[in-house]
Design a protein around this ligand. Structure first.
Ligand code: AMP
Length: 290
């Protein structure tokens, strides 16, 4: 199936309206392009839970704190479109910046609480940019389901919060992180890594898995965090923005096990590249692996 490529909100709405007239259900998958197998997993999930699948591709300028980071972000629209052929995508929405943010655009969606920790501290304005674009995309397409990856775990919790708070009639479905064979979470930003950095990068996931296993086995949070921190630095990461155990819904960092559902989240720099990852604390597989 060759997807329809549309660039205006009107064309998007016309397609959705015609599907609605046929009683077809719709899934939306927001992306910033430079598509990889992680994105493709979201599309496949979309085909399982709706009759029609929309993938949006838009590098959202308002979620970047620095212009350099925005300009450096990979853009490969033609390759992305080819990747979406024959995998169940019906429509690709590729708006321009002017379509999404006309000159007189003046609104920001800001989520507090869940957005106040972790990346909310390290990247001021980032989550408000994400919340704004996701709200726009949801209202433009009014899908039955919207699909997001656990790779951006805090973002996922923020989106769930805003959908509940603003009574947006959409069901959120999350998809587990797709990883390379060596455990590195797939990310469009992995293309920034040098060969040497790419070889070192899987240490991030290894360290948080061991940390989660230690916590499940009863190790003190501080002790488990200190060990993981050292493992990450020993692997060659230069700075750790955060490495924390959080309540998996509120995202508030914890220093002791006062919540049943815990998640370890990390953001760290390998050279000029900031990598994020996360993993659940699974109480039922608490065997500590070294
Ligand atoms: P992005 O293009 O990076 O903004 O990501 C678009 C969507 O794909 C978000 O919901 C991400 O969480 C999701 N995503 C990115 N990388 C992965 C991955 N490795 N596995 C699963 N989902 C992912």
């Amino acid at each position: 199936m060759i997807p329809l490529v549309v660039r205006t909100v009107n064309a998007l709405k016309m397609a959705v309206t015609s599907w609605r007239q046929e009683n077809l259900t719709v899934a939306l998958i927001p992306t910033m392009g430079a598509l990889h197998e992680g994105h493709i997993a979201l599309v496949k999930e979309g085909t399982r839970c709706a009759n029609r699948v929309i993938v949006s591709i838009f590098v959202n300028p308002v979620q970047f704190e620095s212009r350099d980071d925005l300009l450096r972000y990979p853009r490969q629209e033609s390759e992305d479109i080819i990747k979406l052929v024959n995998i169940g995508t019906h429509l690709i929405f590729v708006p321009t910046e002017q379509v999404m943010y006309p000159t007189d655009f003046s609104t920001r969606v800001t989520v507090s609480g869940v957005a106040d920790y972790l990346c909310g501290v390290c990247r001021p304005g980032h989550f408000s940019g994400v919340a704004t674009i996701v709200t726009k995309l949801l209202l433009q397409s009014l899908p039955d389901v919207a699909i997001f990856g656990e790779k951006d775990y805090q973002q996922l919790q923020i989106i769930k919060r805003l959908i509940t708070d603003l009574d947006i009639p959409v069901r959120v479905i999350s998809v587990p992180t797709v990883r390379a064979e060596d455990g590195l979470a797939l990310s469009s930003r992995n293309s920034y890594l040098s060969t040497d950095e790419r070889r070192r990068a899987p240490a991030l996931y290894q360290a948080i898995c061991k940390m989660a296993a230690k916590i499940a086995a009863g190790t003190d949070f501080n002790a488990a965090t200190a060990i993981a921190r050292q493992q990450i630095l020993d692997a060659g990461f230069n700075t750790i923005d955060y490495l924390v155990v959080c309540d998996s819904t509120t995202m508030s960092p914890l220093i002791e096990p006062c919540s049943k559902s815990l998640r370890v989240l990390v953001a760290a720099w390998l050279g000029q590249t900031r990598l994020i990852d996360n993993t659940p604390v699974s109480w039922f597989s608490s065997e500590e692996k070294e």
